[in-house]
Design a protein around this ligand. Structure first.
Ligand code: 9Z3
Length: 322
């Protein structure tokens, strides 16, 4: 197992105070039940002779509420396309995917469906029932078929979040439930995660009033949970994180630092201006640039192919299991 530089780990007290002060997860019991059922299904398939690899894909941006009864929040850039598309390719490669996504962000099997013009996909028939327009029938049928197959075969579980509090609580639940069932699995952390937050207890309860004049606000640093994930929650999982920067000159140095500090197995570095066309895979073995073949292809397909290969190499190592 790769070592993690302990000196970079967040203070235990910062991690504890983040979780202690977070509002309790709505539907926490339901999430635990769904996770248990999903993991039990995977265990059954594995016992019957077809071992299933599990990946947790995180997707979309986390929000930081500024008020407890939230009217305003800080958001993070991410449409969720990368996570949703990668989920489809992981399922295609035989992985069971726990898709942890921002409410309202892109969904697997929906990239061909309209987002802005949903109603244009449907027609009313003479007897006032609804049908999909003939022009879109093929893509809709395929989307439904692929989605149903993934769900019915127990290969897709979707868990939504909005805030940074929900995201990190769900990530912890997923990681610990994977570890509890002895599944080491993979984490593919494409979600754009807030670096700063307002602790719940110091947050205004009601809408902040503009009459008080300019707003001074102190944000607390979110503890670096990547190293907690690696060290405590899922120490034997294969972990991939993304590093997003707007300044390409610091991107690789930040990606190298993430590898070193958080013990990631792969860091995928992307610059905001080019993230759809090009990423750089950073591993202990070096750097590989992955470029999209052409504008009609998905970089996510190339990314997941490479990761499935890298994960297969990883689990071949002595002492490492699925
Ligand atoms: C990414 O860098 C993703 O590739 C994108 C995907 C958010 C750019 P879209 O959802 O975009 O397809 O629109 N995600 C990770 C960003 C992030 O917050 N990384 C943290 C950091 O850079 C580490 S966990 O510090």
């Amino acid at each position: 197992m790769d070592s993690i530089n302990g000196s970079e780990a967040p203070q235990e007290s910062d991690v504890k105070s983040f979780f202690d002060s977070a509002p309790p997860l709505r539907d926490g019991d339901l999430i635990c039940r769904k996770l248990k059922e999903f993991m039990d299904g995977i265990a059954r398939s594995s016992e019957s002779g077809s071992p299933v690899r599990v990946v947790c894909v995180t997707s979309g941006g986390t929000t930081v509420p500024l008020e407890q009864r939230c009217v305003r929040y800080i958001d993070n850039f991410s449409s969720g396309y990368r996570g949703a598309a990668s989920t489809e390719y992981f399922v295609k490669a035989g992985y069971a995917v726990i898709f942890v996504y921002r409410r309202g962000s892109c969904q697997p099997y929906c990239s061909y469906l309209p987002q802005d013009s949903f109603l244009e996909f449907f027609d009313l028939t003479e007897d006032s029932s609804i049908q999909v327009c003939q022009s879109h029938a093929t893509v809709v049928k395929k989307a439904i078929r692929d989605y149903r197959k993934a769900v019915d075969e127990g290969l897709l579980l979707k868990l939504p979040f909005t805030t940074i509090f929900e995201y990190l609580q769900i990530l912890k639940l997923v990681a610990t439930s994977m570890s509890c069932t002895g599944t080491h699995g993979m984490f593919y952390l494409a979600a754009a995660v807030s670096d700063f937050y307002v602790p719940w207890e110091s947050m205004a309860e009601h809408k902040i009033q503009s009459a008080v004049g300019p707003l001074d606000m102190r944000l607390t640093q979110v503890p670096k949970m990547l190293s907690v994930l690696r060290r405590e929650w899922a120490p034997s999982a294969f972990c991939i994180s993304f590093k997003l920067e707007t300044d390409p000159d610091i991107l690789l140095q930040k990606a190298d630092a993430a590898m070193r500090k958080y013990g990631m197995h792969v860091v995928i570095a992307n610059a905001l201006a080019t993230y759809k066309e090009e990423v750089i895979f950073v591993t202990k073995g070096g750097r590989t640039t992955v470029r999209r073949h052409n504008k009609d292809s998905d970089l996510e397909e190339q990314l997941t192919d490479l990761l499935v290969e890298t994960h297969s190499e990883y689990i071949k190592q002595p002492g490492v299991e699925l």
